[in-house]
Design a protein around this ligand. Structure first.
Ligand code: KIV
Length: 245
């Protein structure tokens, strides 16, 4: 699964061998330049879900329920999830489970597939004290196992495990009968998710250890832009064949 946010990238992912697109609330940081995902709104998510759906008409598209939208009770959460589904999502992803079990169960009963998200839940970054590995001690690990069990019981169809020890992620994967999708959680999960701009190396300032860069995209792009600027200054662009008759 790749986190992607626009029609152009969605078209490329859809033409690839990947299985699903996540319209993550990381869009608030990656595309909109905010310091955290706390700034994602339902309107922002709807816009990007609709764009991704236009680019990938046939794909499984999971949309993040933005900050606090699962915590305002069943009615508000159903409105938020409904808006994302009507924008083109196939499913929604909700961070955490404690305190909004009822919402997860209600959405599932309403026909909205729900993906869970445990471990490092970035919407709670201010409470977690930063973007850190979660589930390290025995008590924290047990809590995560229990949350995964609850999510499965409530009807979630999959769970993202973010930044948890590889052994714990593998253990949860073995215990549960729904698939886990890891990010910074080792190789023992059923699937993996990366943010497409991390995979493409578009931001040289952001290089987490878990995000393999398959290409140094920022270098390719900056080089291309520089060549364009130089060609314009040298009056070699446009060439005769690039001029419309
Ligand atoms: O918002 C996002 O991109 C995510 C993934 C990192 C799992 O939630």
């Amino acid at each position: 699964m790749l986190a992607a946010y626009d029609a152009l990238m969605a078209r490329l992912v859809a033409a690839s061998e990947a299985d699903a697109i996540l319209v993550g609330d990381s869009v608030a940081m990656v595309v909109h330049g905010f310091p955290s995902t706390v700034h994602a709104t339902i309107e922002m998510m709807r816009t990007h879900v609709a764009a991704v759906r236009r680019g990938a008409p046939e794909m499984l598209v999971v949309a993040d329920m933005p900050f606090i939208s699962a915590r305002r009770g069943k009615v508000a959460a159903t409105d938020a999830a409904g808006a994302l589904m009507q924008a083109g999502a196939t499913a929604v992803k909700i961070e955490g489970v404690r305190g909004h079990e009822e919402v997860v169960a209600h959405l599932v009963e309403s026909g909205i597939p729900v993906m869970g998200h445990l471990g490092l839940t970035p919407q709670s970054v201010h409470q977690l004290g930063g973007y850190r590995l979660q589930g390290r001690g025995a008590a924290d690990a047990e809590r995560l196992r229990e949350d995964a069990r609850r999510l499965e019981e409530l009807g979630a169809f999959a769970i993202v495990l973010e930044c948890v020890p590889a052994e714990l992620a593998a253990g949860i994967t073995a215990e549960r009968s729904i698939p886990t999708i890891g990010i910074g959680a080792g190789a023992g999960t059923a699937g993996q998710v990366l943010v497409v701009s991390d995979l493409l190396g578009l931001d040289p300032r952001f290089q987490p250890r878990f995000a393999r860069r398959y290409v140094e995209g920022h270098e390719l792009i900056q080089d291309a832009i520089n060549r364009f600027a130089r060609d314009v200054r040298a009056a070699t662009f446009p060439a005769r064949e690039e001029v419309l008759a």
